[in-house]
Design a binder for this molecule. Structure first.
Ligand code: AHR
Length: 519
């Protein structure tokens, strides 16, 4: 009693002391309730989508090496990259931008390559874009990957006519000027194409518009993006930057629900004033990155609340078509190329985002990490004929079990990861789903760099006979995969989950991601 009073007084006057008391020495406890019989919504595989822009070495050197390259390729597209992306079952690919989309004129990227006009890529390093990778090359890439194209049309510097003709060129199978032009360029049959964005970041690089002006523009452009024959476009209105809820509200108010399939949202995990290094960061910088990342559910939920007001039946999708970390470029690289390394910290950012997207799959139907290769939070790095898979890649590979699975409601009770005994973040983050074969998957992130967590999963509405799992971790949060050591961080088998009378007991190691399969 005497000691309790003493501790209480000390905690009152010295908050650091109270935090110390709360912090476990070696391991903490947590509980996750998963309701296996209460699933209602399907996690669209398109939440696991990608974004590849004409930026730095994403397209050129990343995908495209040209037919005459000594690097093994199929019609100019790298075979190693296609193989790696097929492995993660890449569901869709957003192209050609980003900011580049609103200065891209698609007709410059068709026809004989040596006759295509060159342009300046004003946003990204001022380099010459020779247009050798254009519509046919992109659609060939999508066919090689078995992925759905998601094209972003030009509103900022393009015309309604230009966008309308691009849709006709791609999707019309009859007799028309654009269909004839496509045939002349070697493609007889129209492509099938669903996802279509009407501009990008039109509040900024896409034209510095007001939401009212953009909403009117959207209606004009979208009207003339026609559904030819059986093809049905799913049109996405260019949405808000981060916490600009007024942008979302104005679009929801002004654009009729029948005229858009989705509204986009861009949210980067960054401090725009001081992005910090991608490698060699301090624990404080690590904490702050994860803190910003854990802010995304709050931002998303506010946008969803606005959408619910105008669309309570959730007919319009929220499409988070740019997300991920944004750090300083690697020293000595072109600042316009946005090349940054990728560590275990990035893997956690990916794992948390994907868990949070899964949990809101009744509204979020699509998301695209920025960007697939050699840019921002990349999944793949290439250097000449070499390729390395980043920790972020491995998260997408582990989480692919959630594609098209039924979201299972889950509720986590856990302690905190504490920095300096003062600042705190919930130590675990998770989501769960049941696939069409009845297998339950739970993906869990332990962000604490030092403390293991003893997690009990209370699975309700189902019984389980066997648990297997995979883990992604490393001795340090700053570790990465390099060309010299490409396998520093790779998934390995996880055997620290046991079925007991009290539930499934999981020893979640510090700084790890675990994906469990419950049979
Ligand atoms: O992903 C890099 C850039 O970030 C995109 O081009 C733009 O849309 C965003 O601001």
């Amino acid at each position: 009693m005497k000691y309790t009073l003493l501790f209480a007084l000390a905690a009152l006057f010295f908050p650091r002391f109270s935090a110390l008391l709360a912090q476990p020495e070696k391991s903490a406890e947590a509980k996750l309730i998963v309701s296996a019989d209460l699933g209602k919504y399907t996690i669209s595989r398109h939440i696991y989508g990608h974004f590849s822009e004409h930026l730095g070495h994403c397209i050129y050197g990343g995908y495209w090496v040209g037919e005459n390259s000594p690097i093994p390729n199929t019609r100019g597209i790298r075979n190693d990259v296609v193989g790696a992306l097929k492995e993660i079952q890449i569901p869709n690919l957003r192209w050609p931008g980003g900011c580049f989309a609103d200065e891209y004129h698609w007709q410059d990227g068709i026809g004989p390559r040596d006759q295509r006009p060159k342009m300046v890529n004003t946003h990204w390093g001022g380099v010459t874009e020779d247009n050798s990778f254009g519509t046919h090359e992109f659609m060939d890439l999508c066919e090689q990957l078995g992925t759905e194209p998601y094209i972003c049309g030009n509103v900022g510097s393009g015309s309604v006519e230009e966008m309308s003709k691009w849709v006709e060129y791609l999707t019309f199978d009859g007799i028309s000027p654009m269909a004839e032009l496509r045939r002349k360029n070697g493609r007889d049959k129209a492509w099938k194409m669903q996802f279509w964005a009407v501009g990008n970041e039109n509040w900024g690089c896409g034209g510095n518009m007001t939401p009212e002006f953009y909403a009117d523009q959207y209606k004009r452009y979208a009207t003339f993006c026609r559904n030819y024959q059986e093809n049905r476009l799913l049109k996405v209105a260019g949405g808000a930057n981060s916490n600009d809820y007024n942008w979302t509200e104005t679009l929801m108010k002004k654009i009729p629900i029948w005229q858009m399939w989705g509204i986009s949202l861009h949210y980067y995990t960054t401090d725009w004033e001081n992005k910090g290094p991608a490698t060699g960061f301090s624990e404080k910088q690590y904490f702050e990155t994860i803190e910003r990342c854990l802010n995304i559910p709050r931002v998303i939920d506010k946008h969803i609340t606005v959408m619910d007001k105008y669309d309570p039946e959730k007919k319009v999708a929220l499409v988070i078509d740019e997300w991920g970390t944004w750090f300083n470029v690697e020293p000595g690289t072109n600042p316009g190329f946005l090349f940054q390394q990728n560590t275990l910290r990035d893997a956690f950012v990916a794992g948390i985002h994907l868990n949070e997207f899964n949990k809101r799959c009744d509204r979020i139907k699509m998301a695209n990490i920025a960007q697939t290769i050699n840019v921002l939070q990349a999944l793949i790095f290439t250097q000449d004929d070499k390729m390395v898979l980043t920790p972020t890649y491995h998260v997408f590979n582990l989480y692919k079990v959630h594609h098209e699975a039924m979201l299972l409601p889950s509720d986590m009770t856990c302690g905190d990861y504490m920095l300096d005994g003062e600042k705190k973040l919930p130590v675990l983050n998770a989501s769960a789903s049941k696939d069409k074969n009845g297998l339950i998957h739970v993906s869990i992130v332990n962000i604490d760099p030092k403390i293991d967590v003893d997690l009990t999963i209370d699975l309700r509405g189902s019984t389980v006979k066997e648990v297997i799992g995979k883990i992604l971790t490393a001795p340090d949060i700053t570790m990465l995969n390099s060309f010299e050591n490409p396998k520093t961080i790779v998934p390995t088998d996880f055997d620290n989950a046991k079925i007991t009378k009290e539930g499934i007991k999981v020893k979640m190691p510090a700084k790890s991601i675990v994906v469990l399969e419950l049979k």
